[in-house]
Design a protein around this ligand. Structure first.
Ligand code: P6P
Length: 355
């Protein structure tokens, strides 16, 4: 192509910016280093492989539970699906040899795992839920991979579980890949939240939204309402007022959505606003909640805050929670900033009255 014709080339539009180009430009701007850029590329490539496995469904013999009876129960006490194991194995293999990680931790593994001695170790720790919402797989509803990136503590060459116990504010990157009608990677490296849609013909993630923004107000809430009778009093009041609609204290009608796949619910909220909640209830209170802090709540909260939203336990900013264990569970409220503040206010009022 001659110099003159180069100048006549179609202007590069956002549609032509691949994840690779986006990350190179972030590196040029000093927002990521080469090792973190490689880490995100490796995770994205693993997500492409998981997307292919998920899409095969029954044709790939990947539906159903991983084992018989007790054999399929994972560290969470949940029945492990075949695709949970496949997704976990894909992420472990993809991240072992690149030299960007010191170790990794997974929802599907009791303990963290240092990178094997046969490979060089890097400066980062990767935590992930390899396939969130996997109870939806067999009914063809969107599922996804969630990941969080921390720095390996200075001077630690063989990281152990306690080296991962850093608050969400320590994350250097976070993201998810939702396997739905589109396969979309949503990523933050601490400078906004951005969406990349997989072009299956080329095999590349293409930037489709630079700088996702969550509307501060919403009329849409996401909660598993079947747990209503088990909720704490402030949650009962909060949702009761949502359901009262325009004739109630909130003065407007609300809509409800619940996909039972956090990745899908959060993607909707990042796209059009809303509030997602999995509050404490008397069934899960003894465990601290249902959702896991390190590889569900923290990465989603980082993405949401970077998109102008808010994330709370109902009583504290999610990203400031000090982890006490790799699989620690927390109550979750996240999404449109003003609505999260409203939900928190119900908890504050209840606690003040009970003090
Ligand atoms: P429930 C999926 O198992 C998950 O961890 C989240 O993805 C989802 O939001 C939640 O649990 C669904 O829980 O009690 O409605 O099945």
């Amino acid at each position: 192509m001659t110099a003159s014709s180069l100048h006549k080339a179609a202007p590069v539009t956002q549609a032509h910016i691949s994840l690779t180009r986006f990350l190179i430009e972030e590196q040029r701007a000093g927002r990521v280093n080469a090792e973190l850029r490689l880490l995100v590329e490796v995770v994205a490539r693993a997500c492409k492989r998981i997307s292919i496995a998920v899409a095969k469904g029954a044709l790939g013999g990947v539906l159903g539970e991983a084992g018989e009876g007790e054999a399929s129960i994972n560290v969470q006490g949940e029945a492990q699906k075949k695709l949970d194991v496949i997704a976990n194995d894909v992420l472990l293999e993809a991240n072992a040899w690149g030299g960007h990680l010191a170790g990794l931790a997974s929802e599907e593994m009791d303990h963290s795992m240092p990178i094997p001695d046969v490979y060089p170790r890097g400066n980062y720790l990767l935590l992930f839920d390899p396939l969130d919402g996997s109870s939806n797989i067999d009914v063809n509803v969107s599922v996804g991979t969630i990941f969080s990136v921390l720095r390996c503590p200075e001077g630690v060459t063989t990281p152990a579980d306690e080296d991962y116990l850093q608050p969400g504010t320590a994350q250097v990157a976070a993201g998810y890949c939702v396997y739905g009608p589109q396969t979309t990677l949503v990523l933050t490296v601490g400078h906004g939240t951005h969406a990349f849609t997989l072009d299956r013909e080329v095999g590349s993630f293409i930037l489709t939204t630079r700088g996702m923004r969550i509307p501060e107000e919403t009329k849409e809430f996401a909660v598993n309402a079947s747990n209503q009778r088990f909720w704490e009093a402030p949650m009962q009041r909060y949702v009761g007022d949502l359901l009262a609609g325009k004739d109630g204290p909130r003065g407007k009608d609300f809509n409800m959505r619940w996909i039972a796949s956090m990745v899908a619910d959060v993607h909707r909220i990042l796209t059009r606003g809303g509030i997602f909640s999995y509050p404490l209830d008397s069934k899960c209170a003894a465990k601290g909640g249902k959702l896991r802090l390190m590889y569900e709540a923290n990465p989603m909260s980082f993405l949401v805050e970077q998109a102008g939203g808010a994330a709370s336990t109902g009583r504290a900013r999610m990203l400031e929670v000090q982890p006490t264990g790799l699989h620690m569970r927390v109550p979750v409220f996240l999404g449109s900033k003003m609505e999260v503040a409203a939900a928190v206010a119900y908890h504050d009022a209840h606690d003040a009255a009970s003090a």
